[in-house]
Design a protein around this ligand. Structure first.
Ligand SMILES: [Zn+2]
Length: 336
């Protein structure tokens, strides 16, 4: 265990020094005001047929975002986060407070957890006999101008951990990334709503997301455009996880949007995107398909992933005026 802890500590330290690297890729002036003047930039980008790549973003901007991910990770991924543990409660508070300070309206969805169980049984039963061992908490954030008459795009990441694991990569990385993005996308103003969800109890067969979906009304279900989930970032094999590793209309759409050809993996079936697909809601997980054994490469890798994920989210939100296209593409985006 000590060896393991040492290894984890080394990985963490290298991970935290990761984001200081930069190169001199030419910046695209159209996106230099990413945080500050979203609306103006959107017009410029739209006229350029929205082919955003990593070189489109100023590296100083990406570095700033990367630094924020680093800071959040160092504050957040310091203890295991399981139901019944202080670490989970601390994480719930940390995430909620950060979101509120960035202008989000935050609610916490509580649900009983009867036991952690390793047997997957569709759809939602992790053992509901006996007394609950604790309370799971999904953290849900919406912007103050949330309009229930509009459809909603969900961005998600799970914040719980496996047993005795401080969860830097799984899934401190996805949590910190989404929290970081939450600051600048809080200025989003599109034809649809954004909802950020930090799921609890993913590590017991995605119970938190299953509970969330099971307790939505049919109307609420039909109002969800898609779920884009982040789980385990940090390697150099950033891929799109679908339920079976095959492309979906959603993955094709994101490739068209960003100009990348993403590696596909079947790891979307083992994260919170899977329950969404079960409910026929387009969903995918950005996940590392091959986390490296050598931690010395981490500092390059997290930068690599920021270079793709930040422009991706930015492009997605810029396309808010093109909801018709989005819906068209998503019609066939479920299980293929
Ligand atoms: Zn995970």
């Amino acid at each position: 265990m000590k060896k393991l802890l040492n290894a984890v500590t080394i990985i963490f330290c290298i991970f935290l020094t990761a984001c200081t690297h930069s190169d001199n890729t030419a910046a695209n002036p159209a996106v230099t005001e990413m945080s500050e003047t979203h609306g103006n930039s959107a017009e410029v980008i739209s006229s350029q047929a929205v082919q955003t790549t990593e070189s489109d973003l100023q590296h100083s901007k990406v570095n700033a975002e990367c630094g924020e991910v680093k800071r959040l990770l160092s504050d957040f991924a310091v203890e295991s986060r399981r139901v019944g543990e202080a670490g989970r409660d601390n994480a719930t508070k940390f995430i909620s407070d950060k979101l509120k300070s960035d202008g989000w309206y935050v609610t916490q969805q509580e649900f009983p957890v009867f036991r952690y169980k390793d047997v997957f049984s569709e759809p939602y039963n992790i053992g509901e006999n006996g007394e609950p061992v604790g309370t799971g908490i999904n953290i849900i954030a919406e912007l103050p101008d949330f309009d229930s008459s509009k459809p909603t795009l969900i961005l998600s990441a799970h914040y719980d951990t496996t047993k005795e694991n401080i969860g830097i990569i799984d899934n401190g990385s996805g949590t910190a990334f989404l929290l970081s993005a939450g600051k600048w996308i809080s200025k989003f103003n599109g034809e649809y709503n954004l909802r950020l969800i930090f799921f609890d109890v993913e590590e017991s067969r995605m119970y938190g997301s299953k509970y969330y979906l099971e307790n939505l009304s049919l109307e609420e279900h039909s109002g969800i455009i898609a779920d884009i989930n982040f789980d385990m970032l940090g390697g150099n094999h950033l891929s799109i996880g679908t339920v079976n590793g095959f492309e979906s209309a959603l993955s094709i759409y994101l490739e068209q949007l960003t100009g990348y050809e993403y590696e596909l993996s079947d790891k979307g079936s083992s994260s919170d995107s899977d329950p969404f697909m079960y409910w026929q809601i387009p969903a995918l997980t950005f996940i590392d398909s091959d986390l490296p054994a050598d931690p010395r490469t981490f500092h390059i890798l997290i930068m690599f992933q920021m270079n793709r994920l930040i422009p991706l989210l930015y492009s997605l939100l810029i396309l808010s005026t093109d909801l018709t296209l989005l819906n068209l593409l998503l019609q066939k985006a479920v299980r293929l």
